[in-house]
Design a protein around this ligand. Structure first.
Ligand SMILES: Cc1cc2nc3c(=O)[nH]c(=O)nc-3n(C[C@H](O)[C@H](O)[C@H](O)COP(=O)(O)OP(=O)(O)OC[C@H]3O[C@@H](n4cnc5c(N)ncnc54)[C@H](O)[C@@H]3O)c2cc1C
Length: 424
């Protein structure tokens, strides 16, 4: 029996390996990874497609990571079933591995809606290196693409394709792109930046059918939009969202909501079984409850917390919240927490907008405590705001100076500074 088995060898699984090895250098540790090469940065797929990154520069852990950490890495293998009573994981091919402690770090898979013609050659998703490689190899011979989905993944796919000289149409069903992380003004600024880079943006619609080429019915030739308009294209990228890969625990005793529910120690309700990363619904300090937060740093942190606890060292997850730090077409964006407070609440909103400088800042306060902010164009002081928000620091008089040019750490009184750096 192995002491530890981890399913999924990406950032969550790797965080757990490192934490386990800090506590237990020798306990038998098996990682099952469907991807043959899991230690690459998923957020850098866009840079890989645009050729700004190579496979080498995408690696955030070297090839020797597994050996150095004394891990039996079963790469290119899929876990197909878990028997929680026998404490066994069944692999493709029928063999099994037994565990004392199990971590499920299976991440998410792209959501692909049913679209007529969606099976045609030239339709891609954008969440895995192998798919990105296949897509990138087609770009020399392609001129135009339709990207479905104006969220984070869709916009990063759009940027990569534009950088490769493609003519891109970005299609978003809602009336603004990046609507989950920005407010209306910030979305409009982002849209302007994309349009200036040559992107055509269509909102309030989606693709209802993908049609083949005249000379090859099986290859993408054009799409038909909901209003009947046709757009010719060589590629379609489906980037609508990611759903947790919970298939291994469906129908078992493991408690599921949209993801696997875990406590502050990343434990599921089943003894000795942990979960982390995109597959888990973990603690959100703003919500004061659990939710899906598919974010890279949180997957790593959750993996570390799980790893420590699996190896017997108590560690608590302080939680995360919705947060995005991005740079699209040279426009830096940081958005954290609540960006669009409901009119009904007692929220106070501070805004600074310099359209000519493409700078927009919005801070949302609830009873003198920051509960969300968007910084676009100028993100220099975002770290201070994040700390104030994370530690629920009451701001008092200082609130009126938050957006002044000379605001900085030294503007804050020593007691506030002390409070904002308390580690929870
Ligand atoms: C294009 C793109 C851009 C992104 N940009 C950002 C960003 O800017 N900032 C940010 O914070 N986050 C970003 N993210 C999200 C971030 O990449 C994820 O939050 C993070 O990768 C989650 O890590 P994870 O370890 O939970 O799962 P994943 O990275 O999804 O890895 C899960 C692994 O488990 C494997 N697996 C699944 N099921 C099985 C099984 N049954 N058997 C064996 N192996 C299995 C999968 O093959 C995969 O290798 C981005 C994601 C994408 C796709």
């Amino acid at each position: 029996m192995s002491k530890y088995v981890i399913i999924g060898g990406s950032v969550g699984g790797i965080g757990a390996v490192e934490a386990i090895r800090e506590v237990d250098p020798v306990g038998e540790l098996i990682v099952v990874s469907e991807e043959p090469f899991p230690q690459y940065s998923r957020p850098m797929i866009s840079e890989y497609v645009s050729r700004e990154a190579t496979l080498e520069t995408m690696k955030y852990r070297g090839d020797k990571f597994w050996k150095k950490n004394n891990v039996q890495a079963l790469k290119g293998r899929t876990a197909v079933n878990i028997n929680f009573i026998k404490k066994q994981v069944e692999l493709d091919g029928g063999d099994t591995v037994e565990f004392e402690k199990l971590l499920i770090a299976t991440g998410g898979r792209p959501f692909v809606p049913r679209i007529e013609g969606g099976e045609k050659d030239g339709v891609f998703t954008f969440t895995e290196l192998s798919t990105a490689e296949r897509m990138a190899s087609r770009l020399e011979k392609s001129e135009s693409a339709v990207v479905i989905g104006g969220g984070l993944i869709g916009v990063s796919a759009t940027e990569a394709l534009v950088k490769r000289g493609m003519k891109v149409t970005l299609v978003e069903l809602k009336n603004k792109i990046l609507n989950l992380i920005l407010d209306e003004t910030a979305s409009e600024i982002a849209e302007k930046v994309l349009r200036e880079a040559g992107v055509t943006i269509i909102t309030g619609q989606t693709v209802q059918q993908i049609i083949g080429r005249k000379d090859n019915e099986n290859a993408v030739g054009r799409v038909i939009m909901t209003d009947g308009k046709e757009i010719s294209c060589d590629l379609v990228v489906v980037a609508i969202g990611v759903i947790p890969r919970t298939e291994l625990v469906k129908g078992t005793d493991v408690k599921l909501n949209r993801g696997i529910l875990v406590d502050r120690f990343m434990r599921t309700n089943v003894p000795d079984v942990y979960a982390c990363g995109d597959v888990a619904e973990a603690y959100d300090f703003l919500l004061n409850g659990n939710r899906l937060l598919p974010l890279w740093p949180l997957a790593h942190l959750g993996g570390r917390v799980a790893g420590y606890n699996m190896a017997g060292k108590k560690a608590e997850y302080f939680g995360g919240t919705i947060m995005s730090a991005l740079k699209y077409f040279d426009l830096p964006i940081i958005s954290v927490g609540m960006m669009n407070p409901e009119d009904s609440g007692d929220y106070e909103v501070l805004i600074e907008h310099h359209p000519k400088k493409t700078v927009y800042k919005k801070i949302v306060l609830d009873k003198n405590v920051i509960v969300g902010f968007i910084f676009l164009g100028d993100i220099e002081k975002a770290g201070i705001f994040f700390q104030l928000m994370k530690n629920h620091v009451k701001l008092g008089e200082i609130k009126d100076k938050l957006l002044s040019e000379d605001f900085g750490l030294l503007t804050l009184s020593p007691p506030i500074r002390k409070e904002m750096f308390v580690v929870n």
